[in-house]
Design a protein around this ligand. Structure first.
Ligand code: ASP
Length: 327
């Protein structure tokens, strides 16, 4: 599957979880819109970094996803956003975490990548850096949807009653034949939704880039940072290996530095298709973790895998545009 894809190529994801049927169309539409815009940039001669930034910006602006507008809320009811953008040609990266006043954290990440000798800014320092380069600072309330207030209230009520909402347990991928069932580290709310967004691109100059953006996990403690914006965990890009973006419960992904693990596999000769499946199998087998991954090699080969019931994904290359909700 997905082999020998000609470049330029763009893969995006909009989270991996049990996407309910009534939300399927919105997920597919959002992914398709991000693909169209990002792939057009690649076809016009834009860089992989440009295409990833543009695709992720569209997904951040789409309230369907847990990134930018409409993100999950912290336990205190605010939105705190994390994002990373990485250029595989130079290994330059830009990351921001725990930002509350930026509509598009991926654009702040781009500014860090382009304009700072540093790689990573958090909180008020990240917002001040972005503002000093012209990004408007907004009121956090502009990112909070009533839908999310209700979701948080319901989740906190269930937790206070000691109720869990695990909609599945154990390996779900058809590919995971593991008979072992390690204890799952995810708190009960972890299965509800992983709508983090991400993109990986290969441009006509042969360069790779990756980006991941998230509102994090539902009811997270303020200040908590997940895998998404941490280099090598939820996002990584290197022309000499691959570009990767992950979604899922962040803590197990962080412990395994899973993005770098997967790109290293490609550098060692695995196809992205195989490396993606291996990464998700390893995540489950080692820590009982769950999630999804998109992986793109420097020759345009693609890999997508997840061990959740669904994953919103899409690929655009010269063969056309495809989207799906399972692999
Ligand atoms: N990985 C994200 C985090 O743990 C959540 C997600 O992918 O939905 O912050």
């Amino acid at each position: 599957m997905f082999t020998n894809a000609p470049k330029p190529t763009l893969i995006v994801h909009g989270g991996a979880w049990a996407i309910p049927p009534e939300m399927a169309a919105d997920h597919q539409a959002g992914v398709a819109q991000a693909l169209k815009t990002g792939h057009a940039i690649l076809n016009w001669g834009g860089t992989a970094t440009d295409a990833v930034e543009a695709a992720v910006t569209i997904l951040e602006d789409d309230p369907t996803f847990d990134a930018g507008l409409g993100s999950f809320l912290t336990s205190k009811g605010s939105v705190q956003l994390d994002a990373l953008l990485m250029d595989g040609a130079t290994l330059r990266a830009g990351g921001v975490a725990c930002v509350e006043r930026l509509r598009n954290p991926i654009q702040a990440a781009r500014l860090v990548l382009d304009k700072s000798p540093h790689i990573y800014f958090v909180g008020a320092g990240a917002e001040a850096f972005a503002a000093s380069h012209g990004m408007p600072l907004i009121n956090n309330r502009e990112l909070v949807l009533e839908r999310e207030r209700i979701r948080l209230r319901d989740a906190q009520m269930r937790l206070s009653l000691g109720l869990t909402d695990i909609t599945f347990s154990g390996p779900l991928s058809h590919d995971d034949k593991s008979s072992e069932t390690p204890a799952d580290e995810s708190p009960s709310l972890g299965f509800e939704s992983h709508d983090t967004v991400g993109a990986v691109a290969l441009d006509q100059y042969g360069n790779l880039a990756a980006g991941t953006s998230t509102g994090g996990t539902l009811n997270k403690a303020p200040g908590r940072v997940g895998d998404s914006s941490l280099i090598g965990c939820g996002c990584y890009a290197d022309n000499e290996s691959a570009a990767v973006s992950l979604t899922g419960w962040g803590e197990p992904i962080m412990k395994l530095v899973l993005g770098k693990w997967a790109t290293d596999r490609v550098a060692q000769g695995a196809t992205p298709e195989v490396a993606a499946k291996e990464a998700i199998a390893y995540l489950y087998k080692r820590l009982g973790g769950h999630g999804g991954i998109i992986l793109l090699g420097p020759d345009g080969q693609c890999g997508i895998a997840h061990n959740t019931p669904g994953m919103a994904w899409g690929i655009a290359n010269s063969q056309g545009l495809r989207t799906g909700l399972t692999v």
